[in-house]
Design a protein around this ligand. Structure first.
Ligand code: ZN
Length: 476
C-alpha cells in the first residue's frame, strides 16, 4: 500500500469483490474438489499431481510468481511467492495441503465424495474442509486483493504439500533444502477448525509431538501347555502387561525417569485462556461414548490434559489365543504398539531412546524383550504474546463477527515443528473447517458461512499484518 490510510478502503473493496464473485468462486471450489487427490492411493498419483498443477495455474493466473511443482520422494510440493511489497513489509508463509484422505467406506456417502453437493448451506465433498477448501480460500483472498488493489498489502510465500494425510514424509527434507523459498517472518497454517459450528473462530498456538514404539516379549520357542509348564515358564503376555502397567502411576503420570524434565509448565495467562474456553465435560463424554472422563494429572483441567500435557497410550496389544472358547496355553510371545504425545520442550529423539532403554531394563531374565522405534515428531508452540497473535485475532473477529478463542491442539502437524526447527519460523494456526465436519469420514462438509467468513478474515489478516513492519512481526 502506498500509505496505511489506504488499507481500510482497499480491504473493503477486496471484501466487496468476494461478495460479488461468490457464486463463481463456489463453482470453482467444486472444480478443485472434483480432483481425486487421494495421497494414499497409488492409482491416483496422477490425480494428486493434477491438483498440484491446478494450484500452480491458479497462482500464476493471479500474478503470484515462481509458482512451481517440485518433485519429491513422494507427491509434489507446490511453492510460489508474491514479494512486491518491499523489504520493510512482512513476509508470511502460507501452508496448506492439497491431498485428501481416502473416501472409504464409499457406501456411507449420501452422494459421491468427488462430486460436490451443496445442501443446507454446506458443501459436501472429500477435502471440503480438510484441507482443499481452506487452501482454496487462501487463493481467493489473494485474488480479492490483486483484482481490486492490484497488489497485496504484504509479501506472501506459499507452501502446499500433497503428503499430509500419509505422514508428510518429504516435507522435512524439503524445508532443509529450500530455505530460500520458504523464509518468512511468520507462518500461517490453515488446516484446522473453528472453535464451534456457530461462528466462533479459533487461533491454534500449540501442537503436541509424538514418540511411537513397538514392544515384543518373547518367551518359550512356541506356545506351550499351561498345565504342564504354568508356574515354570514365564508368560510373555503377563510380563508385557506388567511392564506396560508400570509405565503410569495412579495419577496417570508417565513413570519413565526424566520424562517430565523438559515439559514447559503452563503460564498463568495460559491457564486463564484454558479456563475461559466454553467446554461442557458431560457433553464431551457423551460425544465420545465414555461413561466419564478419566482422572488425570492433578492441577490440570481436562482441556489442558487433552492438549497441553503429555500422555501415554497403548495403541494396540496382541498375542496368545484369540479364538472361540478356551485354549490353555502359555503364548510364545506378546506384543504392543505404544506411544506418548509430547509437549514443548520435550525432545522426541531423547524420549524415543530413554523409553526404549527403560523398557529393556524392565525385562526379567525369563523372557527376551525387543523394543522397536517406529517414529517420532516434535511438539510446537507459539507464545501467546507473539506479535502476530493480536492482528490475527482482530482479523478473525472482523471476518466472523465474534472474537476468536485460543487453543492448543492435542494432535500433531509435522510441518509446524519442522519450520520452527529449520527456519526458526513460528506458526499461527488459523483454521476454518467446521469442527463437526466429518474430516477423514464419510460426508465431509464445510459450511458456506465458514468459507465466506474465513475468506473475509484472510483479507483482513493480510491488511492487519501488512500494517506492521517485518521486524515488528518477528518481534525483533
Ligand atoms: Zn488436514
Amino acid at each position: 500500500m502506498t500509505s496505511q490510510t489506504d488499507i481500510p478502503a482497499a480491504t473493503d473493496a477486496a471484501i466487496a469483490y468476494l461478495r460479488e464473485h461468490d457464486p463463481e468462486h463456489l463453482a470453482q471450489l467444486d472444480e478443485f474438489l472434483r480432483i481425486e487427490s487421494v495421497s494414499a492411493d497409488p492409482e491416483r498419483i496422477g490425480e494428486v499431481r493434477r491438483a498440484a498443477e491446478w494450484i500452480v495455474d491458479e497462482l500464476t493466473r493471479l500474478g503470484v510468481e515462481r509458482a512451481t511443482v517440485h518433485e519429491t520422494s513422494a507427491h509434489p510440493i507446490v511453492t510460489a511467492e508474491w514479494m512486491k511489497a518491499g523489504d520493510e513489509a512482512p513476509t508470511v508463509l502460507v501452508y496448506c495441503h492439497y491431498d485428501v484422505q481416502p473416501a472409504d467406506p464409499l457406501g456411507e456417502w449420501i452422494s459421491p465424495p468427488f462430486e460436490p453437493r451443496h445442501e443446507n448451506e454446506r458443501v459436501y465433498a472429500r477435502g471440503a474442509g480438510d484441507d482443499k477448501g481452506q487452501l482454496f480460500m487462501h487463493l481467493k483472498a489473494v485474488e480479492a486483493w490483486t483484482k481490486t488493489a492490484g497488489r497485496l498489502p504484504l509479501n506472501l510465500r506459499f507452501f502446499f504439500e500433497g503428503d499430509e494425510e500419509v505422514g508428510s514424509e518429504p516435507v522435512e527434507q524439503f524445508i532443509a533444502d529450500h530455505a530460500d523459498l520458504l523464509r518468512a517472518d511468520v507462518c500461517v497454517v490453515s488446516d484446522g477448525d473453528t472453535f464451534d459450528d456457530d461462528g466462533t473462530p479459533a487461533i491454534g498456538y500449540g501442537l503436541r509431538g509424538i514418540a511411537y514404539w513397538e514392544v515384543r516379549v518373547q518367551g518359550p520357542r512356541q506356545d506351550v501347555h499351561s498345565g504342564h509348564y504354568g508356574g515354570g515358564v514365564d508368560n510373555p503376555a503377563n510380563v508385557l502387561v506388567r511392564m506396560l502397567a508400570s509405565l503410569t502411576d495412579v495419577d496417570g503420570r508417565f513413570t519413565v525417569p526424566g520424562f517430565y524434565d523438559r515439559v514447559r509448565a503452563l503460564t498463568d495467562e495460559e491457564h486463564a485462556a484454558y479456563a475461559a474456553l466454553p467446554f461442557d465435560e458431560t457433553e464431551w463424554a457423551d460425544e465420545t461414548g465414555v461413561p466419564a472422563p478419566m482422572d488425570g494429572e492433578r492441577g490440570h483441567i481436562l482441556l489442558e490434559r487433552l492438549s497441553a500435557r503429555p500422555t501415554f497410550d497403548i495403541n494396540g496389544i496382541w498375542g496368545g489365543y484369540q479364538g472361540d472358547g478356551a485354549k490353555t496355553i502359555i503364548p510364545a510371545w506378546a506384543a504392543a504398539k505404544i506411544s506418548t504425545r509430547l509437549v514443548p520442550d520435550q525432545d522426541y529423539r531423547d524420549i524415543l531412546r530413554t523409553v526404549k532403554a527403560h523398557l529393556e531394563s524392565l525385562a526379567p531374565p525369563t523372557v527376551r524383550v525387543e523394543v522397536k522405534i517406529i517414529h517420532g515428531g516434535a511438539p510446537a508452540s507459539t507464545p501467546l504474546d507473539h506479535p502476530g497473535i493480536g492482528p490475527a485475532a482482530r482479523a478473525l473477529e472482523a471476518g466472523f463477527g465474534t472474537a476468536p478463542l485460543f487453543q492448543r491442539s492435542g494432535g500433531s502437524v509435522p510441518v509446524v515443528a519442522a519450520l520452527d526447527a529449520h527456519l526458526g519460523l513460528k506458526t499461527l494456526m488459523v483454521g476454518f473447517a467446521n469442527p463437526t465436519g466429518n474430516f477423514h469420514a464419510p460426508n465431509e462438509w464445510m459450511s458456506l458461512r465458514n468459507i465466506r467468513d474465513g475468506m473475509t478474515s484472510l483479507v483482513h489478516l493480510w491488511a492487519e499484518l501488512g500494517a506492521m513492519s517485518a521486524s515488528e512481526l518477528r518481534g525483533d
